[in-house]
Design a protein around this ligand. Structure first.
Ligand code: C6P
Length: 413
């Protein structure tokens, strides 16, 4: 039975106070807190098995290598990848997208080719494509949005053509919360011969993702947004694509043999892991996946959906002049609620809420083109995760009530 009140006991940071008030952590789209299980896995790794991987023949090196490769197996299992060969460890979603843009893009793109993106992408799934388009002569196309913040699916269909070589699309928007119908989009893109990269930074932590069912070519996500450490992330790639792509970075570990003037490459996935990797990070991510799997990702999704439904109706009852972005239907959105008061700057809202012990994010959320599309420079954003409760939503709403009262007084002085 999924019980967020019990789950909270596993997260030591959630019992701290901020400005003399119990912390309500609602900045989970930025990064998540860590359970004992992950902290303990990191401690155990450093206290008992720390060594470099794939290099030594001593016991610690063998243990560290086994733990690192076991984490890769755990990742493959978590996203239902057919084999751990298709799992490349990166620093995060950003590095994973840059890897595909540089390694696949430089190899596969030529002038006249098109890369299809959407207007709701995070900078991480936009700027790497701008760079590779400039380098190769490929052009960028963008799927527009409907008034309620969903993708314009007719526009996507119209833009897909035999010129489209890659469709890179976010699974869940980090601003609108919109859950995109990626399985349908992948089918449509494949029908014109395009590959699809799914940005799973906001989806893999929050709902069941099965790469075989989706039939995506690439999937990226970040460990720190799913209870794991910062500095570790994942690129899933179809093995035949990873085999065909040239390396991303050169150095130790990614080679098979090296001469003074040339080198040959290691097998996948190590071909894409130059240098000493974040071994402890991978071990921590494996532990995070263990923890999430024990809770069951379908239960995580159900909890977040009901929490967002609860919070959205509480927002409505507030009856403030608040604009909420993204689809109204909680079934169509993840755990993110971005909003703006008409007359209070989102940074002021964020700062006032911090004084109440409520942590949210305010800013452009690394999605400046989307902000422009929404006609704002920034929004406030509350984002929920498995350890949040309806009491947290109540604390948010009570703090917003106080914000409104305080700023109304200031405005009328
Ligand atoms: N969004 C947010 O507060 P990294 O930084 O590499 O772990 O993740 C990048 C990234 C890529 N795609 C999406 C959809 C994202 O939401 C993010 C990270 C955080 O919204 C930090 S800006």
């Amino acid at each position: 039975m999924f019980d967020p009140k019990l789950i909270r006991n596993d997260f030591p940071i959630l019992s701290r106070q901020v400005h003399g008030k119990p912390l309500v952590y609602l900045d989970n789209a930025a990064t998540t807190q860590k359970p004992h299980h992950v902290i303990e896995a990191l401690r155990r790794y450093y206290e008992e098995s720390n060594a470099n991987v794939h290099r030594g023949i001593h016991t610690l090196a063998e243990e560290a290598t086994a733990l690192y490769e076991q984490a890769r197996e755990q990742v493959a299992h978590f996203i239902h990848a057919p084999s751990a060969r298709s799992i490349v460890f990166t620093r995060g979603s950003t590095e994973a997208i840059n890897l595909v843009a540089q390694a696949w893009g430089r190899w596969a793109l030529k002038p006249g080719d098109e890369i299809l993106l959407t207007e709701m992408e995070h900078h991480a799934n936009l700027v790497p494509w701008q760079l590779i388009a400039q380098a190769t002569g490929a052009t960028l196309q963008f799927v527009g949005l409907t008034a309620d913040g969903t993708l314009d699916l007719a526009h996507a269909q119209a833009l897909l053509s035999e010129r489209t070589k890659l469709f890179a699309v976010t699974h869940i928007s980090n601003v609108l919360g919109t859950i995109n119908p990626v399985a349908d989009l992948i089918r449509q893109a494949h029908a014109v011969g395009a590959l699809v990269l799914v940005d799973g930074a906001q989806s893999v932590p929050h709902l069941p993702v099965d790469v075989q069912e989706l039939d995506c070519d690439f999937l990226v996500f970040s460990g720190h947004k799913m209870l794991g450490p910062t500095g570790i992330g994942v690129l899933y790639g179809r093995p035949e694509l990873l085999e065909a792509m040239p390396p991303f970075q050169g150095g130790g570990e990614m080679i098979s043999n090296v001469w003074l003037d040339h080198a040959t490459w290691n097998e996948i996935p190590w071909k894409f892991e130059a240098g000493t990797p974040h071994i402890a990070g991978a071990v921590g991510l494996g532990a995070a996946m263990e923890y999430l799997s024990a809770l069951d990702m379908a239960a995580v999704r159900a909890h977040e959906q009901s929490l967002v439904a609860y919070a959205l109706s509480a927002f409505e009852r507030l009856n403030h002049d608040i604009m909420i972005y993204g689809p109204k239907d909680p079934a169509l959105r993840g755990g993110v609620i971005a909003f703006n008061y008409q007359n209070i700057h989102p940074h002021d809202v964020g700062q006032f809420l911090d004084g109440e012990g409520v942590a949210i994010r305010a800013g452009h959320h690394c999605a400046k083109p989307l902000m422009r599309r929404l006609g704002v420079v920034a929004t406030a954003r509350a984002s929920f995760y498995l350890y949040n409760t309806t009491q947290d939503a109540d604390r948010l709403i009570a703090a917003l009530q106080k914000t409104k009262e305080t700023f109304s007084v200031v405005a009328h002085r």
